[in-house]
Design a protein around this ligand. Structure first.
Ligand SMILES: Cc1ncc(C[n+]2csc(CCOP(=O)(O)OP(=O)(O)O)c2C)c(N)n1
Ligand SMILES: [Mg+2]
Length: 335
């Protein structure tokens, strides 16, 4: 795929924003004694960045429990996400959702999701809406190698295929579902092999190479937008850290394996590919690195200075009717 300078710089910026969000935001969240599980997508930046670079704000995207990168790549503001992780009222979901419930409908971001595989029917539903209402929008479902073994994927791929829905199924195969190796849990050598069963293209791609991701996603999105139906893309990638901060990955994988994947780092790969071309300099990219560090400093400050949600708001925006009414009246809820 031919790319101009601005497009290249945007890809780089998105990847380093994700990396910095994960490496700064997750430890900061822990220090603020938030009890929720938080999952780092460091190492997987090229997949979120490359796929979402092919989408517009109007296109839909369903994400996973490891979804910070998807959100940033789809245009959700990092400071609003940081505030959400810290449980603050200025967060994307008013501080009541946390890392696994970040949604921003203005960006077509249907939500990170604690239920493995749940992004899949959401995206298919959004794609059906687009088709029925002739909106011309595409929907993407991100899921992991573990999510690929949920029954809902198969129902969803079948429906998407027979109705030729504008959806792209994106599997981020990072080798593990918690501590279970993908090669143990998958019935086929590759998740993408399953596409044949649903009569759609299935591609297996290097997910550490943002350019390969852009190419594959670009084709799948164009196919969906043209009304030719769904595709299944499997990207091979790696999460650099444990499943959550509470997990020591070296209890089920080796240091050598981690080193092997870190040597294929997607951000470094970008630099190695782009710098020899001469149009973009190392100094420019270093400057962008510093800006990403500064952005997270500001995001942490913004989140820290933001108020917690009011107790009275506890039941606002949730699908519960009676306690909200009772709370507002100040009765029956101990206040
Ligand atoms: C329906 C459901 N089953 C089990 C879990 C517990 N769980 C959370 S994450 C996870 C592993 C998911 O692995 P994968 O889909 O490969 O995503 P990754 O964590 O590697 O990004 C499991 C089993 C869950 N949250 N939801
Ligand atoms: Mg996985």
């Amino acid at each position: 795929m031919e790319m101009d300078r601005d497009t290249l710089l945007k890809l780089y910026k998105t990847m380093i924003t994700i990396r910095n969000f994960e490496e700064r935001g997750i430890p900061e969240t822990g220090q603020r004694r938030m009890s929720a599980s938080v999952h780092s997508s460091a190492g997987q930046e090229a997949v979120a960045t490359g796929v979402c670079s092919q989408l517009t704000d109007e296109d839909y995207m369903g994400s996973t429990h490891r979804g910070h990168g998807h959100c940033i790549a789809k245009g959700v503001e990092p400071r609003v996400m940081m505030a959400e992780l810290f449980g603050r009222a200025t967060g994307s979901n008013k501080g009541k959702g946390g890392s696994m419930h970040i949604a921003d409908m203005s960006k077509g971001m249907l939500g990170t999701n604690g239920v493995v595989g749940a992004s899949i029917p959401l995206a298919v539903g959004a794609a059906l809406t687009s088709k029925v209402k002739k909106l011309g929008r595409v929907a993407v479902a991100f899921f992991g190698d573990g999510g690929a073994n949920q029954g809902i994927l198969h129902e969803s791929m079948n429906l998407a295929s027979i109705w030729k829905l504008p959806v792209v199924f994106v599997c981020e195969n990072n080798g593990y579902a918690m501590s279970t190796p993908a090669e143990y849990a998958l019935s086929t050598a590759q998740v993408s092999d399953r596409a044949a069963g649903y009569d759609m293209p299935g591609l297996h791609i290097d997910g550490m190479d943002v350019f390969a991701v852009c190419d594959a996603a670009g084709e799948a999105v164009a196919r969906a937008r043209a009304g030719d139906g769904p595709s299944l893309l499997e990207f091979e990638t790696y999460r650099y850290y444990g499943h959550t901060v509470f997990d020591d990955p070296l209890t089920y994988r080796s240091k050598e394996e981690e080193d092997h994947w870190r040597a294929r780092d997607p951000i470094q790969h970008f630099r190695n590919t782009v710098l020899p071309l001469g149009d973009i300099t190392a100094e420019e990219l270093d400057q962008m690195d510093q800006e990403a560090v500064d952005m997270m400093e500001e995001a942490v400050k913004f989140a820290d200075e933001s108020p917690l949600p009011e107790e009275i708001e506890l039941y606002d925006d949730v699908y519960v009717s009676y306690p909200a009414a009772e709370l507002k009246r100040g009765t029956n809820m101990g206040i």
